[in-house]
Design a protein around this ligand. Structure first.
Ligand code: HEM
Ligand code: SF4
Length: 557
């Protein structure tokens, strides 16, 4: 079925968007190879061996690769978003990191790739200009994948945007939908006195292979990859995580597979039983993804993440098939070393805020708390100036949605702390804001049940007024069961919901407790099913006092 036919038939490829628009058909290249690959799914095969029919979404993916829209962005901009068919608008453009947002039709979100969360002042300046041009619609969010999402862009902005990004070495390619997402690493890589290995070159090399000519174009679902480099590289929520590990006195990585969160099921990654040398990571990652592309389940989207494939095949058979794929990919590819999965990661991620000495004598990094990760153009410009004026011009983003200015001479740190931006983004945030993470919420995401970022900010500020805490408490806010804000990783997790109060349906949250990213990782479990937002400060106050050692400031009053 052609894209146009798909659109004309009025079918909704499972995305639930009410956009129906069919005017100009887009030429569709023959994607028969990918289509064949798409039906060769082990976990999706019928008992009789006949491949099941492709779902409408899989048809749309296999019949056209969104990357082929890149040279046509200028033309699409002139056509206007209203004239695009649904598959182009809501599926294929995501291969270029361009997201139609039903909450703000015509104002697109653009997701970058920032391997290891590293960005230069020159790159950030380009983004500041882009956000600035979007006026009141413009902003940028730091995400939990050490990434940035730009907001408020028009379709006609895309072609010039992609050119400006390319000029400064940035890309948005394959950052959305069924693609390998931004690859994360130690936010302190290369400057960390505690690191075992600098993750930056490894993350960069993996990205180059995955986005290169042999990289996957049509995965069954999204795929998260991460490389750990320090004792606190908690990465078990990724589909594929490399954790530093020693084998016979040599430092390499043990491979962890199958971690993911979803509305239906949450799993931490498990040991694959394989140890690799650092230089093997890029080709091995490609092998894992090529195998997943060929064998993953494409029949049921909520059973498509790689953990389901591992379970369908069995861990040993899965490992054997991946190693075989690896061998077939590259002459001289290794076989890995069978390994018990023990590794050097032993503690929860550090709070990166504050002034900290780097491993380079005389230099320090300064971590600033960006409340809920939201940046406007003024903040972006200020960060550019500070990175240039005090450091080497490099910045980092952390998975806790904060920003670091690196390579600051120790004697300049005090002056940096006096900068006006620090009044908005303090280096010494309160114990709740320091470790707060939030998804987008209903301001931009149509799936959200509540406004996560503004609710979190208001509630946390209120609680910090009321309470003294002995240490920071990691809290994760997410707008709906899709769990983009990783509520299961928080000591406290909050998920948007609805509740009945005084006979009315009101905005509420589910509360999860007990998540830990320390050496014995735990996922948070449901504690309260529906707390109306109006009751939330009081409920959280009680929880923090009873379970986290908080004391009330006004206790003696
Ligand atoms: C079917 C389930 C899911 C849907 C429909 C979904 C949808 C979305 C949407 C629409 C956005 C962008 C919202 C915006 O900023 O405008 C987003 C962002 C994001 N989501 Fe999800 N999501 C799902 C599951 C998850 C899960 C399970 C995770 C991991 C815990 C996750 C992690 C993220 C992250 C990290 C971002 C920020 C972008 C990035 O850095 O890659 N999502 N998601
Ligand atoms: S968790 Fe839900 S509300 Fe938040 S960004 Fe993901 S899909 Fe949107």
């Amino acid at each position: 079925m052609s894209l146009r036919a798909l659109a004309v038939s009025g079918s909704d490829p499972g995305l639930g968007l009410g956009v129906v628009l069919i005017t100009t058909p887009l030429p569709i290249p023959d994607m028969s190879d990918s289509a064949a690959a798409a039906v060769d799914g082990a976990a999706g095969a019928t008992p009789l061996g006949a491949p099941p029919p492709l779902t409408k979404l899989e048809l749309a993916k296999s019949s056209f690769c969104g990357l082929d829209l890149a040279p046509r962005l200028d033309e699409l901009g002139r056509m206007g978003w209203e004239s695009l068919d649904e598959a182009t608008l809501t599926i294929h453009l995501k291969w270029l990191g361009i997201f139609f947002r039903p909450v703000s039709p015509g104002r697109f979100m653009v997701r970058l790739r920032l391997p290891n969360g590293v960005i230069s002042a020159d790159q950030l300046e380009v983004l500041a200009e882009v956000v600035d041009r979007c006026g009141e619609h413009g902003s940028a969010d730091i995400t939990t994948r050490q990434n940035l999402q730009l907001r408020g862009l028009l379709l006609e902005d895309m072609a010039p945007l992609m050119e400006s990004l390319e000029r400064v070495g940035l890309t948005t390619r394959q950052s959305g939908h069924d693609n390998p997402r931004n690859i994360t690493g130690n936010p302190l890589a290369g400057i960390d006195p505690d690191e075992f290995v600098d993750t930056r070159p490894l993350v960069g090399a993996i990205q180059n292979v995955l986005l290169g000519p042999d990289g996957p174009r049509n995965l069954p679902r999204k795929f998260n990859v991460a490389v750990g480099g320090a004792p606190d590289s908690f990465l078990l929520h990724n589909d594929l995580a490399y954790l530093p590990a020693v084998w016979k006195g040599e430092l390499g990585f043990t491979v962890m597979v199958g971690g993911f969160f979803s509305a239906q099921r949450n799993e931490l990654a498990i040991p694959l039983g394989l140890w690799l040398r650092p230089e093997e990571l890029p080709q091995f990652t490609l092998a894992v993804l090529r195998h997943y592309e060929r064998r993953g389940d494409r029949t049921t989207r909520n059973r498509s993440r790689v953990m389901y494939l591992i379970e369908a095949l069995g861990l040993d058979a899965y490992r054997a098939e991946v190693v075989e794929t690896w061998g077939a990919l590259a002459a001289g590819a290794g076989e890995g070393v069978l390994h018990d999965g023990s590794h050097l990661v032993s503690r929860a991620p550090r709070d990166v805020c504050g002034v900290h000495p780097q491993k380079q004598p005389g230099l320090c990094w300064v971590g600033l708390n960006v409340p809920m990760g939201r940046l406007d153009s003024a903040a972006l410009y200020a960060l550019v100036d500070m990175a240039r004026g005090y450091g080497s011009g490099e910045l980092r983003f952390s998975e806790s949605q904060n920003v670091l200015i690196v390579d600051v001479p120790a004697q300049r740190a005090d002056a940096l702390l006096e900068e006006p931006l620090l009044r908005r983004f303090p280096s010494d945030p309160g114990p709740l804001l320091a470790e707060a993470v939030s998804c987008t919420g209903n301001h931009y995401c149509g799936l959200a049940q509540i406004s996560t970022k503004s609710t979190a900010l208001a509630v946390l500020q209120e609680l910090e007024q009321r309470l003294v805490l002995p240490e920071s408490v990691r809290n994760h806010w997410t707008g709906c069961p899709n769990a983009c804000g990783q509520p299961y990783m928080g000591q406290i997790g909050l998920m948007g919901a609805k509740a009945r109060k005084d006979g009315q349906m009101v905005e509420a949250v589910k509360i999860f407790l007990g998540g830990s990213m320390a050496d014995d990782p735990q996922l948070a479990v449901l504690h309260e099913k529906a707390v109306p937002l109006s009751d939330l400060p009081d409920v959280l106050e009680t929880l923090l006092v009873e379970r986290f050692g908080a004391s009330r400031r006004n206790a003696s009053a």
